[in-house]
Design a protein around this ligand. Structure first.
Ligand SMILES: NC(=O)c1ccc[n+]([C@@H]2O[C@H](COP(=O)([O-])OP(=O)(O)OC[C@H]3O[C@@H](n4cnc5c(N)ncnc54)[C@H](O)[C@@H]3O)[C@@H](O)[C@H]2O)c1
Length: 468
């Protein structure tokens, strides 16, 4: 039976490296290697060397490996979840660490199951052509710290399935989770198809500009996405950019506040609000505004927050000090400006770790920075509106558009509103529910390219028309 200590020992550098701290306690979780530019070159060269052989396998042979990799994740699920909880902070329980590890296996299996046949095309004279997708080569995958294992699988599974090899660069805040996951995956995969280089921004920049890397899958902030566009330009790399969001939810006047309160809560507070497609701005019609505020407050007060390894908790700390400060400063500025604290906004000074309480802020101006900036924490501003056109205009006013949601007892009416929202996904009566078969990606400055499903697979291939 593999333990967390076994996983940490497998990924620990022989010497040096960096201590990684548990955001709930400040204790050291383990040591991560600090890879250099030379290490990156070696990883890319090794991945490149085996790519032709991997790319020459059939889809069903590569899918077989993805299924073996899913088996390996399931066989190591509990130590992976415990390590993730200690490093990232998210609780084991609830839609958190065990859920994330389970999603890794589910995404690997789903990605293995997709059928991708060449598309037959007919020209004006009735001549036939076929559209194929060839491997691109080596894919660099750069990820964030909020869902480090799951997002790594979102990037690597379609890349490998399409015959590419992969070099990953996890966030410097959560390298151990990704190194341990890759260690487990590599027990099932052929040698050298999957590498991890661990380090900070410099390693990410070197990967994004590397002359022998063909595509970057990037998930992270919009600012870093723009830097990657620049650094990848000289080599004309393909890019899939999953960037920041600031998702709006619109509650129509016919919604039942008590019935939707729990789903609203998890839409906003999953992973303690540190989720790209979490509900970040809630627009509620004036007729039911107070009822929604009260119903949400009831759910929020019942959800325990604390150290992730305690099975009672479903909410955890912020992952790092910088993130904690952003959230605390935005909430303080909102309350200083006169917004009403419904719940939270009073962090305990005597508690170790980066815990910020679950916070609901009502009667807030739509131009307040708590509404307009991506605050990526457990705080939800609730804004009152009086007609739906006004709510849609407020939802669309920002330059990001990852997800959004509409809440109503009338699905047809909700769909009409959904069609007017500028976002990559609009959910009805739920928020943030992603599925390996549904394409997912951002509108506006939330990025471009799609993940998941057949569309996601195609994004990891080089289209080729064979005509005649
Ligand atoms: N759209 C999505 O699917 C999605 C999913 C999760 C998170 N996010 C976004 O991610 C952000 C939070 O994550 P974060 O703080 O880790 O993001 P970040 O942009 O700070 O860092 C992401 C990764 O990029 C690396 N990096 C930093 N500078 C770089 C550079 N110049 N070149 C190459 N790599 C560089 C980092 O080391 C890290 O691995 C939020 O904005 C969130 O919305 C988006």
């Amino acid at each position: 039976m593999t333990t967390v200590e076994d996983l940490l020992a497998a990924v620990r550098p022989l010497e040096g490296g960096r201590e990684i701290e548990d955001p709930a306690t400040g204790e050291v979780v383990g040591r991560a290697p600090e890879h250099t530019a030379a290490d990156l070159d070696a990883a890319v060269a090794a991945a490149r060397a085996v790519q032709p052989g991997w790319g020459a396998l059939t889809h069903s042979q590569r899918s077989h490996y993805l299924n073996l990799a899913a088996d390996a994740v399931e066989a190591h699920a509990e130590p992976l979840a415990v390590l993730l909880s200690r490093e990232q902070g998210k609780p084991l329980n609830g839609p958190n660490a065990r859920f994330e590890v389970g999603a890794c296996a589910a995404w690997l299996r789903a990605t293995a199951s997709f059928e991708l046949e060449p598309e037959v095309l007919v020209d004006d004279e009735g001549g036939l052509a076929e559209l194929h997708y060839r491997p691109l080569g080596v894919v660099g995958a750069i990820g964030p710290w909020n869902w480090p294992m799951m997002i790594s699988v979102w990037q690597l599974a379609p890349a490998l399935r399409m015959g590419n090899t992969v070099v990953m660069k996890p966030s410097e805040y959560t390298p151990l989770s990704v190194l341990a996951l890759a260690h487990v995956l590599n027990t099932a995969m052929p040698a050298d198809v999957l590498h991890v280089v661990s380090g900070g921004r410099e390693v990410g920049e070197a990967l994004a500009s590397h002359p022998h890397v063909d595509k970057i899958m990037f998930t992270g902030s919009t600012a870093t996405g723009k830097a990657i566009i620049r650094s990848s330009a000289d080599t004309v790399k393909r890019l899939t950019l999953e960037l920041g969001g600031n998702d709006a939810g619109i509650v129509l006047p016919d919604a039942d506040p008590k019935a939707i309160a729990e789903d609203l809560f998890w839409g906003a507070f999953i992973n303690t609000g540190q989720t790209c497609a979490a509900l970040k701005r809630l627009y509620v019609h004036e007729n039911i505004y107070e009822d929604v505020v009260v119903a949400l407050a009831g759910v929020a007060e019942a959800m325990p927050m604390g150290v992730g390894l305690d099975e009672n908790n479903v909410l955890g700390p912020l992952q790092n000090k910088a993130q904690y400060d952003i959230v605390a400063n935005l909430v303080r500025a909102a309350t200083d400006a006169g917004a009403r604290v419904v719940v939270g906004a009073n962090p305990r000074a005597d508690q170790p770790g980066y815990f910020y309480p679950t916070t609901l802020i009502a009667d807030i101006d739509n131009n307040n920075p708590l509404v307009t900036e991506e605050q990526f924490g457990p705080a939800l501003p609730i804004i009152k509106y009086s007609n739906v056109d006004e709510a849609i205009a407020m939802a669309n006013a920002l330059d990001v558009g990852l997800g959004a949601s509409v809440w109503s007892a009338d699905p047809a009416q909700a769909r009409e509103v959904a069609a007017r929202i500028e976002a990559g996904t609009v959910w009805i009566n739920k928020h943030g529910a992603v599925d390996p078969r549904m394409p997912f990606g951002g509108a506006k400055q939330s990025g471009y390219g799609l993940e998941f499903g057949i569309e996601g697979l195609k994004g990891l291939g080089s289209p080729q028309v064979i005509s005649g």
